[in-house]
Each structure stands twice: as structure tokens, then as C-alpha cells.
Design a protein around this ligand. Structure first.
Ligand SMILES: Nc1nc2c(ncn2[C@@H]2O[C@H](COP(=O)(O)OP(=O)(O)OP(=O)(O)O)[C@@H](O)[C@H]2O)c(=O)[nH]1
Ligand SMILES: [Zn+2]
Length: 224
């Protein structure tokens, strides 16, 4: 059975508890990604065919014959987080400064228009007794991105999960993203991006620490 986040007594799909109590599940209200058992690609393809037809799009050209199936598979992929273990290690040397993974790619789907929003996330924490495998910071971002989202909730969910799972003294998340619903259509504010941040633990109380975190996040270097 695929575990979903709506079942608080079990681990998050794709996440193993690392210490302490199991995760409470969903962090704040909002949709979760589809359960694999509920995905019906054939039905989604047929609906995509109807959707395009009702929009007056002809599927007659050879290159478009398979388009409804591709649309179904593409959205299924965008909404399917990959399972993973949140591997941690003992903080043997008592590392007590920030660990920050910068410019992690963010690819999500806006829950209002079902159009992509894309950008980068900077995710950092002050370790306690454990440090986390670095790649896992990017995997946590993907875990919460691959579902219908709003950027604010995505930002909070990443920070809340890491706080809960790592027992970290502080967790900070900054996301900068472009919403295609805002740049390609509607108001067509081409080039505009949206920044959101979540500062938990001592980052929420200590202005100096917050300044240090934000200055590390804005350092130029590879990936910027
Ligand atoms: N707060 C927030 N709003 C978002 C996000 N993604 C999209 N939106 C907004 O959701 C709103 C939906 O507004 P509606 O008035 O219902 O939709 P609409 O008529 O298509 O609005 P326009 O985009 O202004 O044309 C828009 O203002 C979008 O910009 C997000 O991640 N966070
Ligand atoms: Zn939108």
C-alpha cells in the first residue's frame, strides 16, 4: 500500500522517520499528491483528448495524435514524488553553524490554474545532534513540490518537515519562483518572480541569525 500523508500514524510517503516520534503527517492544510493507486492514465488521456477538443484544438496533425497521452503522463510525472529515505548521520564533530543547500530547482504546479511555477529554493539549518544527507534537502523540496501547490505553503511545508525530522535548532527556507499563470497569461507580468521565506526555531526569534542566514543565501557562487 502506498502511504499518504493523510494517515498520520504512518511515515510520510517516501520519508523514513530519523529519530523521535513519527511525523505528524501533513504540515498545514492543502492537497497532497495523488495516490499511485488512484492514477488512471487511460482515463486521464481520454479526458485530455476531450479537453483539447472542447478548446477547438485539432489532434489531426501527426505530431499531435499522441498529445493527450503525453499530457496525461506529463502531469502524472509532475505530481508524483519519488520515494526516498531521509538519511541522517551523527554530528560527530559538533558542527554548529549553518548548512545551506542553495539554488535547489523547484518545479511545481500552481493549484489555481494547474500551470507550472518554477524557480529555486535555498534550504538551510543549524544542526543539533544529527546532520542530514545533503541531497535530502533537495529531495524534501521535490517531495512537497510535486503536488498542486501555492508557493507559501510549499515554503512552510519544507521548513516544518525538516524542523520536525532533524530536531534542528533553526531551519530557513527561501524560494524564488516564476508563476506561468502570472507571466504567460492573465496579467502577463513577464519576468516577475515571487519570493517567500519560512524561518523556524531560533531563526524566527534572532534577528542577527536571520541576517547571517540571508547573507549566506545571497552569496554569489556556483548555481547563482
Ligand atoms: N498567494 C498565491 N497566489 C497564487 C499562487 N499561484 C497563483 N496564485 C494566484 O491565484 C490567484 C487566482 O485568482 P483568480 O482571480 O481566482 O484567478 P484569475 O481570474 O485567473 O486571476 P488572474 O491570474 O489575475 O487572471 C491569482 O491572483 C494568481 O496569481 C501562489 O503560489 N500563491
Ligand atoms: Zn496559477
Amino acid at each position: 500500500m502506498t502511504v499518504t500523508e493523510q494517515q498520520p500514524s504512518e511515515p510520510l510517503r517516501g520519508l523514513a522517520p530519523v529519530h523521535g516520534p513519527p511525523p505528524r503527517g501533513e504540515h498545514g492544510p492543502g492537497p497532497v499528491g495523488p495516490d499511485a493507486a488512484e492514477v488512471d492514465l487511460d482515463a486521464a488521456e481520454s479526458a485530455a483528448r476531450d479537453f483539447l477538443r472542447h478548446l477547438g484544438v485539432s489532434l489531426a496533425p501527426e505530431g499531435m495524435e499522441q498529445t493527450p497521452g503525453r499530457m496525461a503522463r506529463a502531469y502524472a510525472e509532475l505530481l508524483a514524488p519519488r520515494p526516498f529515505q531521509l538519511t541522517t548521520f551523527p554530528n560527530e564533530h559538533g558542527y554548529a553553524d549553518f548548512v545551506i543547500a542553495r539554488a535547489i530547482p523547484v518545479h511545481s504546479v500552481c493549484e489555481h490554474h494547474f500551470l507550472p511555477f518554477t524557480g529555486i529554493a535555498h534550504v538551510g539549518y543549524l544542526p543539533g545532534s544529527r546532520i542530514v544527507g545533503l541531497s535530502k534537502l533537495a529531495r524534501v523540496v521535490e517531495h512537497f513540490a510535486r503536488r498542486p501547490q501555492v508557493q507559501e505553503r510549499l515554503t512552510q511545508q519544507i521548513a516544518a518537515l525538516l524542523t520536525e525530522q532533524l530536531g534542528a535548532d533553526a531551519v530557513g527556507v527561501v524560494i524564488e519562483a516564476e508563476h506561468l499563470c502570472m507571466t504567460l497569461r492573465g496579467v502577463q507580468a513577464a519576468g516577475s518572480t515571487t519570493s517567500t521565506s519560512a524561518m523556524l526555531g531560533s531563526l524566527s526569534k534572532d534577528a542577527d541569525l536571520r541576517r547571517e542566514f540571508l547573507s549566506l543565501v545571497s552569496l554569489s557562487g556556483p548555481g547563482r
